[in-house]
Design a binder for this molecule. Structure first.
Ligand code: ZN
Length: 346
């Protein structure tokens, strides 16, 4: 039996469904806090290049003043609100904008009155140190209110699903490290590659133009249903979607056709230059094993092989998208898997 999944014909429908997937998935964030405390976690190369040192120091210090808010979430808010204070829009450096927002973190006067902090600037909303601490305090309160759910907390910060998705995406790019050692196949990262399944899978469909789908955006691997799926990279979960029945069908659009699926974001060198990559595990049996924001090590179980979504039999749809987590940016994922699991590029 053919074990297919997303077809090129419905690619547009899938792209259109992506914002819905993000909206649905970000609300499943369970507040997983990476080990080592909120102040830890070394900035990625992109973070070091993009965040002015004084702002980065402010974010990292702010994270240490609260219980559960990682610095990279605060940093992502700083990026979104004022490009880390570099914006010259009204309200960033003085006064308020037309919506009443002030300072690098764009506080409303009423919110600042409640969460004003002095982290070296004397409680100044225009000082990135104080504003970052205020943001941390406000987010901590929202987290407490929402049972530790970061996506809901961020939604409380700014009532827009696109905002939540943006913040989590930026945060992932700031935090996710280049690949390090370890891994399912003993690999040292993407260049070496791992095995995405706890078995020796057969390839039931390759990447690109296949007899079944034109084009196919990933590689399909198959073992027995319920086989654990393993991360081949070290990164951060940026999407975690559940709620689809374990057995989908042809044209089943649950989870955008991917069914229960998980996306891991990372930044590394594969081929030409450093890019962000989004490694997708599709058609899981049940909801993924990890929530948005969770740190993943290579070799870690991310879920179980299933047949949810647009699928005609148990398999893993393994996809890698470059820079943007959607199907139209897919690349041949072969560099991310072990040599003997790769499919030819041509
Ligand atoms: Zn597939």
């Amino acid at each position: 039996m053919k074990k297919g999944c997303l077809a090129g014909l419905l690619m547009l429908a899938v792209v259109a469904a992506v914002p819905l997937i993000l909206v649905a998935s970000v609300f499943q964030f369970a507040g997983s806090k990476p080990a080592g405390g909120p102040g830890s976690g070394e900035p990625s190369a992109l973070a070091l290049a993009d965040i002015p040192p004084e702002a980065l120091a402010a974010y990292r210090h702010a994270a240490t003043t609260v219980k559960d808010v990682p610095w990279w979430i605060i940093a992502a808010i700083g990026k979104e609100e004022s490009d880390h204070g570099r914006s010259n829009l009204p309200g960033v450096h003085s006064g308020a904008n037309s919506a009443g927002a002030m300072g690098p973190m764009q506080f409303l006067a009423s919110t600042w009155a409640r969460y004003k902090r002095d982290c070296g600037g004397g409680g100044n909303v225009y000082d990135i140190r104080d504003a970052a601490c205020g943001t941390a305090a406000y987010l901590q309160a929202l987290l407490d209110e929402h049972g530790g759910d970061m996506a809901r907390a961020l939604f409380g910060y700014n009532h827009a699903a696109w905002y939540v998705a943006d913040i989590l995406r930026i945060a992932a790019s700031y935090y996710v490290q280049n690949l390090t050692g370890g891994g399912a196949g003993g690999g040292a990262g993407a260049a070496a590659g791992g095995n995405p399944m706890a078995c020796k899978p057969s390839i039931t469909q390759g990447y690109g133009y296949t007899p079944y789908e034109h084009p196919h955006h990933g590689i399909d691997y198959s073992c027995a249903e319920g086989t654990p799926l393993l991360s081949v990279v070290e990164g951060m979960v940026v999407q975690s979607t559940g709620g689809c029945p374990p057995h989908g069908a042809w044209l089943d659009g649950c989870g955008g056709g991917y069914g229960n699926h998980l996306v891991i974001g990372l930044q590394t060198d594969v081929g030409a230059g450093t890019h962000k990559y989004f490694v997708l595990y599709g058609h899981m049996d049940e909801r993924p094993a990890l929530d948005v924001g969770a740190q993943v090590k290579a070799g870690q179980i991310v879920g179980l092989e299933g047949s949810s979504g647009w699928s005609s039999g148990p398999h893993l749809h393994f996809e890698v998208d470059q820079d943007v987590p959607i199907t139209t940016h897919s690349i041949n994922p072969s560099p991310f898997v072990e040599a003997d699991l790769r499919v030819p590029t041509t």
